[in-house]
Design a binder for this molecule. Structure first.
Ligand SMILES: [Zn+2]
Length: 144
């Protein structure tokens, strides 16, 4: 039985090339609204990414470089999303998934973020090497 579990785990870990690892994270959600990001939020993430309609990305601890791809169960149809933002409360094993405006959806991004709530999930970290593409934080979004 132990061997079977080990084999399943190693096969999960080997997907995606450069040995992704699984770690458990507390995952909250946010959107670009004033409640989530404060007034006068520039519509640009800490990495300099301009927020677009239907955007899917994640804010992570500064230890996790921008460009790192994460697979977060239940988010973005379980497809990898890029770390593009930081947050003042997003430290250690904390993540914040972003919900952008979706014209095909009947609920607002903020409703989606509230609906997500806080989850405790196993997240797959796929390391992506990017040479000094983003070298400086522009700002971090706040959480209230
Ligand atoms: Zn919001």
């Amino acid at each position: 039985m132990k061997t079977i579990i080990y084999l399943i785990l190693t096969s999960i870990l080997s997907i995606g090339g450069s040995t992704p690892k699984l770690e458990k994270f507390t995952v909250s959600a946010y959107c670009a609204c004033e409640i989530c990001c404060g007034t006068g939020s520039p519509g640009i993430t800490a990495s300099g990414h301009t927020i677009e309609k239907g955007d899917r990305f994640v804010a992570a601890d500064p230890e996790i470089p921008y460009g790192t791809m994460l697979v977060i169960p239940g988010y973005n149809q379980n497809k990898p999303v890029e770390v593009l933002d930081r947050g003042s409360a997003i430290r250690g094993n904390r993540l914040d998934v972003f919900f952008g405006f979706d014209p095909n959806s009947s609920c607002t991004p903020h409703e989606k973020a509230l609906h997500w709530g806080v989850k405790y999930l196993w997240v797959k970290i796929i390391k992506v090497e990017r040479k000094a593409l983003y070298n400086k934080d522009l700002h971090t979004h706040r959480r209230y």
